[in-house]
Structures are given as structure tokens and as C-alpha cells.
Design a binder for this molecule. Structure first.
Ligand code: ATP
Ligand code: MG
Length: 452
């Protein structure tokens, strides 16, 4: 690596280093918002555990060939959205993962995870796509995904859809609707493709540049256009669902029957094709009208041929991925995204001499599960009581625990309410501190929705 130098050669004064900023479209996640992410992630972990889906973590960087082969060459992602680079040290062609299904499949094949038939897995993490940054669309964004590999039956498609629907329920997400379609099997798609090309060729003048380019390479993707000028043409195009044979229809109907029996409503959308080439049979999206054109919060489907395409023994699979930023944005839009709360207790330390008692007391409170913030001094002392109370207040803590010298001499500390009933205070014997503080916390007003 070339050493970077900030030395200014013409004067003896060193040049002031210019502040660097994050890459466009890639965001820092700061507190308190990060607590909302942790809240969501905890909900997901609990839900996955209850469905016996287990966590899988794959690398963020994969061989470029994995995505080209897996997602399909003529897809938005592979054509124009991938962060691909050559490893300077050994010339390997690498890509920051734009999605995780291909990596999951690679790992499953590499480690022979399907030796016993099937695996139910989930993941969470950052994905990278070079898109135009806007609300709900970033260059580094985060997905949570669930994949069931090795299972051919419609019941697993339904299980995954219901899992997502349950997540919306547990998060309190409203106004999300489910769209469902079947892409059939490759031979059915081939027949539909011929009919679709014939239809589109009759209306060449109505096709935009991208559609013209895709007409003979990937016409199905034209149905997924975001260009409103082409919507009428797409609406009148032959529907893939009319080309499905009995087995494909039976699979679709079996998924629908379980959803119907479970009371999950959906709309069949014959134009729903999804962005990757690897899907077949069931495809679905959860969409909302409340996030403008970034309205898809979760998408997925069956991908029975991907494992083979990535070099594994043929095996069926189905999965979905949700966009974390969009789900949180929707909760915020609804006004139901829980706010982060401050610590339970802020420890006021008038004199550093009390620190040994402070540390042991706070340790006891924390071991009982309480969240405790200790006042930190300025380097020249602990600071005035006034300034310590100011900090306690801005921390959002519910109580201040004051370690005053006189009280300590009596074996006591003072507990003072900072929120509801603010100002009320009482002495607490050090020997009973955790029980008494816990009692006060339980009695004090509990916000209706906290992140706990
Ligand atoms: P879109 O049509 O909005 O571009 P997509 O079909 O490319 O979405 P998928 O590849 O299916 O999206 O990814 C699953 C989910 O990940 C999406 O439904 C969305 O919630 C989220 N997602 C995709 N791309 C981005 C992005 N650039 N920024 C934020 N979230 C994204
Ligand atoms: Mg996209």
C-alpha cells in the first residue's frame, strides 16, 4: 500500500486533515435508533427459534461468478448494481453480496448440509447494491431472510409465508398486503415466453429501451417494469398462470389452501415475477402503499433449480428476504416504532472516594438485570451535583441513585425519581439496594411500548 501523507511540503505547519465521510448511500447506524434495530432483530430471533429455523452466517464477499450464475446475467442486479472488484493480491473476481440466497446455497452445498434431507435457515446482515440512494433504497442496506432447503412440498412455501405474516403481527405492522403468483416450471415458462415475445413484438413502439434490450434475453422481466408508460402493455400481455400445467397448478392451489385455512388474505398478481432468474412455482411479495415506490418490504419464492446451478446435487428450496430499513420505516410512518428508553438508574457520585462502594453496588443492580449508568468525572473531579443531575436528566434515566458521603456513612444511598413523580426521594439501606430499587422501578409508570 502507498503510505498516505498529510505533510505539507511548502510550510512547516502540518495541513489540517480533511474529515472523511461515509460512502454515499451507506449509513452509520447510531444510538438511539440502533436500539430499534436490536428490538427488531430480537423479535426475529425469537420467532425463528419458535419455527425451528436456525441461524447461518455467510461471508459478505463471494466469488462474482456465484451471483452471475445464480441470479442470472440479464437482471438489474448483475447488469448494473453489483460492487465487483478484482482482489489486488491474487486477481480473484469478487463481489460484495447483493443478496444472500446465492451465498446460503453455496454454503449449503459446500458443507453438504442437505445430507439428511432438509434444512431451515435464517440470516441477517448487510447487502450491497449500486442504486440511486433515496428513502427506502440504499447502497448498503440490510436484509433478514429465511430459507428452507431440501423440501419440495407446498406446505413449506406456506410455512414461510405464514412466518413472515406472523412477524408483521408481532411487530405491529399494519397495511401490508400479500401478493402471490406462480412462475411454473421452465417448460411452461418457455411456452409463455414465446407467446409473450410475440405479443410484445406487435407493440415495439411502446417498449422503452430497457424492454427492447430484454425482449429476446429476458422478456419475463419486462413484466416487472417500473415504467408507468408500459403498464397498459404489460396488463394486456399473456399471463404465465394460463400456461401452467396440472402439477404446477396443484402446487399453487395447495399453498393457497393453507393460506386460506390460516386466514391470511392475499391477492393473486399474475404480473409478479421478482427480480432474480432463479425462481419457479410460488413467488410472493409483501407490499405497502405507505412507502411510495419503495413499497416492497419482503419478497421471496421457490428456487428449485438454484442448488443445481451452483453445482450441488439437485434439491428444491424456498425462501424470502425482507428489507430491514423499509420495515422500520413503515413502523415509523405508522407511529408505532418503539422509542429507546434511558437506563433505569443513573448513579450520582459527589466524591470519588465513594467509587469502590459505587462499583460494587452497581454491579449488584446490573446482576439483577437493571440498566445502570455511572456518572463519569471530568478528569479533575466528579463535577458539581448540579452538573451531575443535568447529565442524569439528559440520560433519560428513571431514577438517580445518589452516593452522598453522609448517607454512605449511615450505610445508605438516596433514590430520587427523575420522571413520573420527579423529585420524590427516599433513603435506601445499601444492604437492600437491589430489592428496593427493583420495587420502585416496578411501581413507577411503565411506558406503554418500550424496547425491552
Ligand atoms: P425493488 O423492486 O424495490 O428494487 P427488489 O426486488 O430489488 O426490490 P429483493 O432483491 O427482492 O428486492 O430484496 C428483498 C427486499 O430487500 C426488498 O423487498 C426490499 O425490502 C429490500 N431491498 C432491496 N433493495 C434495497 C435497497 N437498495 N435498499 C433498501 N432495501 C432494499
Ligand atoms: Mg431492486
Amino acid at each position: 500500500m502507498t503510505p498516505v501523507t498529510t505533510e505539507n511540503k511548502t510550510t512547516t505547519k502540518p495541513a489540517k486533515a480533511q474529515a472523511l465521510t461515509a460512502v454515499k448511500g451507506m449509513n452509520d447506524l447510531l444510538p438511539p435508533a440502533s436500539a430499534q434495530w436490536e428490538w427488531l432483530e430480537d423479535k426475529v430471533r425469537g420467532l425463528m427459534a419458535r419455527h425451528a429455523y436456525r441461524n447461518l452466517r455467510t461471508p459478505i464477499v463471494e466469488p462474482t461468478a456465484l451471483f452471475v450464475r445464480g441470479l442470472g446475467e440479464v437482471t438489474d442486479i448483475v447488469e448494473k448494481e453489483m460492487y465487483s472488484f478484482e482482489d489486488r493480491l491474487n486477481g480473484e473476481q469478487l463481489t460484495l453480496r447483493p443478496e444472500a440466497t446465492a451465498g446460503v446455497v453455496r454454503a449449503v452445498v459446500e458443507h453438504n448440509l442437505l445430507y439428511d434431507g432438509g434444512k431451515r435457515l435464517y440470516y441477517m446482515g448487510p447487502m450491497f447494491r449500486h442504486e440511486r440512494p433515496q428513502r427506502g433504497r440504499y447502497r448498503q442496506f440490510h436484509q433478514i431472510g429465511a430459507e428452507a432447503l431440501g423440501f419440495p412440498g407446498a406446505e413449506v412455501d406456506a410455512e414461510l409465508i405464514l412466518l413472515a405474516a406472523t412477524l408483521w403481527q408481532e411487530l405491529g405492522l399494519q397495511d401490508v398486503r400479500l401478493e402471490l403468483n406462480s412462475l411454473g416450471q421452465p417448460n411452461e415458462r418457455a411456452a409463455h415466453r414465446a407467446a409473450l415475445i410475440a405479443h410484445l413484438e406487435q407493440h415495439l413502439d411502446l417498449l422503452d429501451e430497457e424492454a427492447k434490450r430484454r425482449l429476446h434475453t429476458n422478456p419475463l422481466r419486462i413484466l416487472d417494469t417500473k415504467n408507468p408508460a408500459m403498464h397498459a402493455l404489460v396488463e394486456s400481455a399473456p399471463r404465465l398462470i394460463d400456461f401452467l400445467d396440472e402439477a404446477s397448478l396443484a402446487h399453487f392451489n395447495a399453498v393457497r389452501a393453507i393460506l386460506d385455512a390460516s386466514g391470511v388474505s392475499y391477492r393473486i398478481n399474475p404480473r409478479l415475477v421478482r427480480g432474480m432468474d432463479y425462481y419457479n412455482l410460488t413467488v410472493f411479495e409483501f407490499v405497502t402503499d405507505r412507502l411510495g415506490s419503495q413499497g416492497t418490504i419482503c419478497g421471496g419464492g421457490r428456487y428449485d433449480y438454484l442448488i443445481e446451478q451452483v453445482g450441488g446435487k439437485p434439491a428444491p428450496a424456498v425462501g424470502w428476504a425482507l428489507g430491514v430499513e423499509r420495515v422500520l420505516e413503515l413502523l415509523k410512518e405508522q407511529g408505532t416504532l418503539p422509542e429507546a428508553t434511558g437506563p433505569d438508574v443513573y448513579a450520582i457520585v459527589p466524591d470519588a472516594a465513594a467509587l469502590p462502594v459505587v462499583f460494587s453496588t452497581l454491579q449488584t443492580l446490573r446482576s439483577q438485570g437493571m440498566s445502570v449508568q455511572m456518572h463519569a468525572g471530568s478528569g479533575e473531579g466528579m463535577g458539581s451535583m448540579k452538573s451531575q443531575f443535568k447529565k442524569a436528566d439528559s440520560s433519560g434515566a428513571r431514577f438517580a441513585l445518589i452516593f452522598g458521603g453522609d448517607e454512605l456513612a449511615r450505610g445508605e444511598v438516596t433514590l430520587k425519581a427523575l420522571r413520573d413523580g420527579a423529585g420524590a426521594q427516599q433513603p435506601i439501606p445499601l444492604s437492600e439496594v437491589s430489592a428496593r430499587v427493583a420495587e420502585q422501578l416496578a411501581q413507577s409508570f411503565n411506558p406503554p411500548q418500550t424496547l425491552a
